[in-house]
Write a new protein. Structure first.
Length: 259
């Protein structure tokens, strides 16, 4: 009887620890190679930027002991492209944190301010589509562009103001992995935590359910990544350069699909 109680207590403690401290997520499709590969199961620290709670059902989103990610940290976040499921049920993605609310990224030579809660962003010709799509996808507002002007809920908007913070995520040159240049800003409530290590890895190409890659098990990952597009570059606080054209066709396709 005592042994049964001990085992039960250990299982409960493990489940609570996993739910409140760390979680294991699968890297879908192509990871950020060579750091992450398809089949990797990564350990994510849910307290890195504050424990995420709520966000579905009757409980609203909240984050305990909130902290801002450091530039270059590898994040685990729920896909911002999937609008058909609750946030927590979406595919987990990986990407490097490049800029947060109030910071500026450079897209095709134009400055793009990352929006945040109570941080108005001036509507410019080079950011109007991105701001419009952010309203549609993440703020659930009726937004559109007419004659080069942004209209939100039927009113012209010259300064975009959002209800939550956002960040800019980069794949640091891995063209196979979508990042903010494809799906836009990542809402703060999509962030799960920092990826700490590869817990284990399964080669999905093998038969009989896959084979464990022993050389990738329990591999601790570097805290920050400072290599951009294969070249070392000083990471300044408010100057992040993006060299690829922003592709927002996905947003346009989703908007047409939802009509």
């Amino acid at each position: 009887m005592r042994s049964l109680l001990t085992i039960t207590a250990a299982v409960i403690a493990m489940l609570v620890f996993r739910a409140l401290a760390f979680t294991v997520c699968a890297v879908e499709d192509c990871g950020i190679e060579p750091l992450l590969e398809h089949g990797d199961r990564v350990l994510v620290n849910r307290w890195s930027y504050g424990l995420r709670t709520g966000g579905g059902g009757i409980f609203g989103y909240e984050r305990w002991i909130r902290q801002k990610p450091e530039r270059g940290e590898l994040l685990a976040f729920n896909s911002p492209m999937d609008t058909l499921h609750d946030i927590r049920e979406r595919t987990v993605c990986a990407g490097y944190f490049d800029a947060g609310a109030g910071d500026t990224v450079i897209i095709d030579g134009n400055p793009m301010t990352v929006p945040g809660k109570c941080r108005p962003v001036k509507v410019e010709p080079w950011n109007i589509k991105l701001l419009c799509n952010t309203y549609r996808m993440h703020e659930r507002r009726n937004a559109g562009i007419t004659n080069g002007k942004l209209y939100v809920d039927g009113k012209e908007t010259r300064y975009a103001c959002f209800a939550q913070n956002y960040c800019w995520v980069s794949n640091h040159g891995d063209r196979r992995v979508p990042d903010s240049r494809y799906f836009g800003f990542v809402p703060e409530n999509h962030i799960i935590g920092r990826i700490v290590m590869i817990a284990y890895s399964i080669d999905g190409k093998m038969t009989a359910g896959g084979k464990v890659r022993e050389d990738r098990c329990m591999r601790i990952l570097p805290r920050r990544h400072i290599m951009i597009y294969g070249k070392r570059k000083e990471m300044k606080d408010r100057d992040i350069t993006s060299r690829r054209r922003t592709d927002l066709n996905f947003y346009e396709w989703m908007h047409e699909k939802r009509k």
